[in-house]
Design a protein around this ligand. Sequence first.
Ligand code: GLN
Length: 465
Amino acid sequence: MSNIRKIHNQLQNKEISCLELIKNKLDLLKSNTHHTVNSLLDNTALALAKKVDAKIANGETIGLLEGIPFGIKDVYMVQGTYTTASSDLLKQYKSSYTATAIQKLLDAGAIPLVKENGDSFGHGSSSENTIFGAVKNAINPDLVAGGSSGGSAVNVAKEYTVFSIGGDTGGSIRQPAGYNNVYGLKPTYGRVSRFGILAYASSTDCVGPIAKSIEDIRIVLNTMSGKDVKDQTTYKSEEIAKEAILNANEIKTVGYFKNFIENKAIDAKVKADFLASIEKIKATGITVKELDFFESDTLVSTYYTLAMAETASNLSRLDGTNYGARIEGDNLKDTYAITRSENFSEETKRRIVGGNQVLSQGFSDEIYLKGLNLRDQISENFEKDFKEVDIILSPVTPNNPPKIGDSLKDPLAMYLSDAYTVGFSLGQLPTLTVPQGTATGLQITAAKNNDELVLKFANFLKDTI
Ligand code: GLN
């Protein structure tokens, strides 16, 4: 059931007013104890709601997204709002412009309610690396929400927002979606413009929706997609029609990575549940193939080598000169050093130091170039796989969400929890978490630009397992 359509009909038929709807969601956000909110956009939201009500009172027809409340991970520029990346460095920073993807939603009339908490600069898999307090899981608040788009996933799961826009560099939409039992899509790289997202690793950063239904994911994806002159990696994509994703007859073959499932690190129940889902898929007549893939350790180290290198470069601009909370030192060099060491978190500093190390003279050939080479091999592997299968299915994570506090003690364990998501990011593939199959969901992946097929298979799975 599409929440967007349901609310749209209620608004258009005057069963609810937009102002009441928005007030109610703002109250829920304000009083929530999950630490999902960095800042509320209440004045803007209330003013926009009144306009929608006036239109309806006037007998006008409203657009599908008009008046629908949504959340925005606090890494997107929205003109005039704080954009903190959940960091001390940008705690007081206000955007001077609006990200393309967000602007498209605003143009469609959707109402932004909140800038959402998550791991600082996207650095993390638990949403504990933040100055706004660890985000608590929607189902069990003793557990982490997942990261880095944890606040966005919890807001959707709790229905504080109808949908939220997360950011996914190596799993940050899919993993918290899985931990909180909602849908989360990382579209094909380049389908949605990155203009106005605070860059983490530019070669895998993706903008995507988190929502409670496949239909809502489709609606929001269509609205945000498209070529943008401000992001040269974007491409023109076809709109995905509502009817186009209802029938999955063309999907004949599904593959899964044997080594993901036979891995020592996978939880026994996640494994058993995954294999049970595979059996149900087989029972419908679909052929299931086991596929070979790179070991988890190789995927995680390749991803972190490249992601750290890119984030070290991207964050070098944050030195207190043009942006951020400048702390004066005795001289300019000192000022840079103090500003950055006081205002970046331990996790962010670990990545900047690691990234500069792999890029430095004497190391870059051995480490960074090797990472790039492995990435090419991973992409080739995917190209080969998608000649044999239509869809690749995998668990989202090897384990259940950890307790709050545990990941901070063991960063390496946290990196390894990304084992199943980072490969698809390196391949720039469309991939969706569905809240089914295992406790932390299943991940549906297709070949590049085949976002439509992913949504089709999600609809099929909804009725199959
Ligand atoms: N957990 C991964 C990381 O910390 C992915 C984060 C993300 O997608 N932003 O790099």
